[in-house]
Design a protein around this ligand. Structure first.
Ligand SMILES: *[C@@H]1O[C@H](CO)[C@@H](O)[C@H](O)[C@H]1NC(C)=O
Ligand SMILES: *[C@@H]1O[C@H](CO)[C@@H](O)[C@H](O)[C@H]1NC(C)=O
Length: 356
């Protein structure tokens, strides 16, 4: 007797995933293109986990696929969680040329980047709501210090310091950069007389042979260019100024006796501006107080009055009356005339006599 047993085998919607083969990846910034393929009759949602590397997917621009991607960092651990939803063929597109790159960690000691020697386990898990499938890939990651990774690989041209967190070079003067990751140019400072800076040498390019020096600051002289106040030395192109003149073109004039220290010299005119109380071409004269008035003469080398007759005081404005003590204490001195005005009962120029 045979029993025919009709077994009803339900046909589940099956998901299959073909993962890329295990692979190794070199240290530093090497990348590897990966590809997954999917098979499913319904729309699926897949999530992908990576611990040590970051996967960039073209999915972000692929149509029909919605995606989320999150990256997390701790001191030494990086991980990525990404989630995608779409049909199998849309997923094929999304994962067809994903790029894997080992994550690089900064060393707090050296500021350099390192790729940790580890094995990354990339896992992909897909579900259509009722069934799920997973596939995984092992990634062997090499280790290595990445030399100067963020400053364009130019090591700031050995003329600066690379800030590894920003990728910008800080150049040492007089160097500066054609970009933030270079220190490839030399600053000339000020280029004079219309010259331009040659940033490869840091020297100014002069407009003609009349000018020389790193900044084209030296002007070769001609007889005329010494302003008649000097002669042009043809061996070095420098004006040799006559006594009393100075400057590149002998246009500056020394003031007489350097204003004797009693004034300020204007070297374009060679004239002194004297301090208060001084006068004269070279400020050698000193004014006397009130010019000693009418009863004295000024000694302009000392600024002191020499008073006439009985006149005294610094400015000779006051006369002294005769008598010791003044007007014999028997009268009042008129200091303007130098005459005593005697008290009643006294007479004489110094009031020393009693009236009869
Ligand atoms: C020097 O003298 C010239 C001519 O008088 C004047 O133009 C200039 O301002 C003076 N310079 C100073 C520093 O006083
Ligand atoms: C002015 O004073 C100086 C210093 O005391 C003296 O040598 C000079 O002879 C004086 N000049 C006159 C004109 O009195």
């Amino acid at each position: 007797m045979y029993y025919f047993v009709f077994l009803f085998i339900p046909v589940f919607a099956a998901i299959t995933i073909t993962a890329p083969a295990d692979f190794s990846i070199a240290a530093s910034s090497a990348t590897q293109t990966l590809s997954w393929t999917f098979s499913s009759s319904s729309s699926i949602t897949c999530s992908i986990n990576s611990y040590l590397g970051e996967i960039s997917f073209p999915v972000y621009t692929a149509s029909g696929v919605s995606a989320t991607n999150s990256l997390s960092y701790t001191d030494t651990v990086f991980y990525q969680r990404a989630s995608f939803t779409g049909t199998a063929s849309q997923m094929d597109n999304a994962f067809a040329s994903a790029v894997y790159q080992p994550h690089q960690f900064y060393s707090s000691n050296t500021g350099s980047k390192a790729v940790i020697e580890q094995t990354d386990y990339i896992e992909i898990v897909c579900t259509d709501g009722s069934t799920s499938a997973s596939a995984s890939t092992m990634v062997g990651i090499g280790t290595g210090w990445v030399d100067d990774p963020t400053c364009g690989g130019n090591s700031c041209d050995s003329h600066g310091w690379c800030d590894k967190t920003t990728g910008n070079c800080y150049c040492w003067w007089p160097y500066y950069g054609s970009s933030t990751s270079r220190c490839d140019k030399l600053d000339c400072g000020i280029c004079k007389h219309g010259s331009t800076c040659d940033t490869s040498t840091g020297k100014c390019t002069c407009t003609s042979s009349t000018f020389s020096g790193d900044h084209c600051e030296i002007v070769a002289c001609t007889a005329a260019s010494c302003n008649g106040n000097g002669w042009c030395n043809p061996t070095n192109g420098v004006c040799q100024c006559y006594s009393g003149y100075t400057g590149e073109t002998c246009s500056l004039i020394y003031c007489l006796n350097n204003c004797n220290g009693n004034g300020v010299c204007n070297m374009s005119t060679g004239t002194c501006t004297c301090a208060t109380n001084y006068f004269g071409t070279d400020c050698s004269f000193k004014k006397c107080p009130r010019d000693c008035g009418a009863y004295g003469g000024c000694n302009y080398s000392t600024g002191e009055c020499k008073c006439y007759g009985t006149y005294s005081a610094k400015d000779c404005y006051f006369a002294t009356c005769p008598g010791t003590p003044t007007c014999s204490s028997k009268g009042v001195c008129n200091y303007y005339t130098g005459e005593c005005v005697c008290n009643s009962g006294y007479v004489g120029v110094d009031c020393s006599l009693t009236s009869a």
